[in-house]
Design a protein around this ligand. Structure first.
Ligand SMILES: Cc1cc2nc3c(=O)[nH]c(=O)nc-3n(C[C@H](O)[C@H](O)[C@H](O)COP(=O)(O)OP(=O)(O)OC[C@H]3O[C@@H](n4cnc5c(N)ncnc54)[C@H](O)[C@@H]3O)c2cc1C
Length: 417
């Protein structure tokens, strides 16, 4: 994992010129420099050498321009997600990206990781909201893409290229974001599925709904039942909890809640109910913070947190295989998006090659998908183990990386290069 050396030099610029100067100095000295925001995922898994030079963006935390009427906002990269949410909520607006540690995470870090939470289905990913970007490349040269208005991208779309690039192509200094209205209300309806096969039947029915819910999560593991106001699930086989969140006007939410409960019963659910607002809030905060590697209010610290991406139709089969490898692992699947996050408690260093590389990744590929390591405290992880093997695309990405960062000083080891 990337950790700062005890004597790491921490540079905290207050503007883009300061960022450029710091990177230029690293470029000329061929010295690695690591961009950080709230550090909620910085030291997760990457195998970079110990960071001796950190570029901390948290001092750049201004709202540059906000005209609620235009449904866009321009912010500096160090703005923390909680402050951004508060600024938008005051105008009944939101950036519907759910981040585990909102009080610490910065918008620059969320963009750099293209983090998406449980509302990926109904609200999309961070890439859908970044409409303008200012950044500094690995030579210390500032560049920008997109703009303040939606659909203002000519030529290569730097917004999409930098979103998800983990700070390896450039350091983001400013973002123009599209925002959405806050929903009038929301509801969460849950179904108790005695078997994964029942969950599969219900998921097939939910795909045919006339409207798209915000979230369709398939939750496996005893702790989830407790969170949803149920009793701990002591059944031997992996039963599952389906949680569907509807957001919108009162009428829309009422319609969706009734329709989903009907589909639950038709699909063979053992129990279905609309949660009380307090139970819904409790479950929601668990759904949002599930990927946080640390211990959460209901989940113990995980030895390994993985993210598997498969076609939605392969979600329940993949979960069944995951539970075969570790019947105690806890799982959250954004089922209609094919994203599965699993926390494995019983995972040791010697399991890295035997289980992770030898079994879990081939299993994901078998189901038509891929697997990345989100977080682990285990030593011995390499970029190839974390992100998966090199592909033809990796060679192309390395060429692009070289154009943006010829000396490879931006976050070395943070990705497959
Ligand atoms: C692999 C992975 C594991 C995660 N694990 C957790 C977790 O355990 N707990 C949790 O709460 N959230 C986790 N997340 C979500 C994560 O918190 C957010 O995606 C986001 O990183 C939070 O922003 P931050 O400011 O804390 O970023 P940091 O953790 O400081 O940085 C995250 C990454 O973004 C880069 N970066 C940060 N700021 C910039 C910038 N301005 N320009 C360019 N690059 C930048 C960093 O170099 C680093 O690679 C994880 C995300 C990923 C991708």
């Amino acid at each position: 994992m990337t950790t700062a050396t005890p004597d790491a030099e921490i540079i905290t610029p207050v503007d883009q010129a300061g960022v450029a100067a710091a990177i230029r100095a690293s470029h000329d000295a061929r010295q690695p420099i690591f961009s950080v925001g709230g550090r909620t995922s910085f030291d997760d898994v990457s195998v970079a050498p110990r960071a001796s030079r950190l570029l901390d963006l948290t001092e750049m935390s201004q709202v540059v321009d906000y005209t609620p009427r235009d449904m866009t906002i321009v912010v500096e990269a160090g703005v923390c997600m909680a402050d951004l949410a508060a600024t938008l909520a005051a105008e009944r607006q939101q950036l519907p990206i759910d981040e585990p540690c909102v009080a610490k995470a910065t918008i620059g870090g969320v963009a750099a990781t293209n983090w998406t939470g449980p509302r990926r289905l109904g609200c999309g990913t961070m890439r859908d909201y970044v409409i303008g970007i200012h950044a500094v490349d690995g030579r210390g040269v500032a560049f920008k893409g997109g703009g303040r208005v939606v659909k203002n991208v000519a030529g290569y779309d730097f917004c999409k290229l930098l979103t998800g690039s983990l700070g390896t192509l450039g350091v983001i200094t400013r973002l123009a974001l599209r925002v959405k209205p806050l929903p009038e209300c929301f509801a969460t309806v849950v179904a108790d599925c005695p078997e994964l096969a029942v969950a599969e039947t219900i998921l097939e029915r939910l795909v045919r709904l006339d409207a798209t819910p915000a979230t369709v999560d398939l939750l496996v593991g005893s702790t989830w039942h407790e969170t949803a106001g149920g009793s701990p699930d002591a059944r031997p086989h992996p039963s599952a909890l389906l949680a569907v969140r509807a957001e919108g006007t009162e009428a829309e939410v009422q319609w969706m809640a009734e329709r989903v409960q009907y589909e639950f019963w038709q699909g063979g659910a053992a129990g279905a109910q609309r949660l009380s607002d307090s139970d819904a809030d409790r479950l929601w905060s668990q759904q949002v913070e599930f990927a946080d590697r640390g211990a959460t209010s209901t989940h113990d610290q995980a030895a390994l947190v993985i993210k598997v991406a498969v076609p939605p139709s392969a979600v329940t089969a993949t979960i069944a295989d995951l539970r075969l490898h570790d019947s105690t692992c806890t799982i959250q699947a954004h089922a209609a998006s094919g994203i599965i996050v699993a926390r494995l408690a019983n995972f040791a260093g010697e399991d890295i090659s035997r289980v992770l590389v030898g079994k879990l990744r081939p299993m994901a590929v078998h189901h038509g998908g891929s697997l990345v390591v989100l977080a682990s405290q285990l030593e011995g992880l390499t970029p190839l183990i974390v992100w998966g093997g090199r592909t033809d695309a990796t060679v192309l990405m390395e060429r692009i990386k070289h154009q943006f960062d010829p000396h490879g000083i931006l976050n070395p080891g943070r990705f497959v290069y």
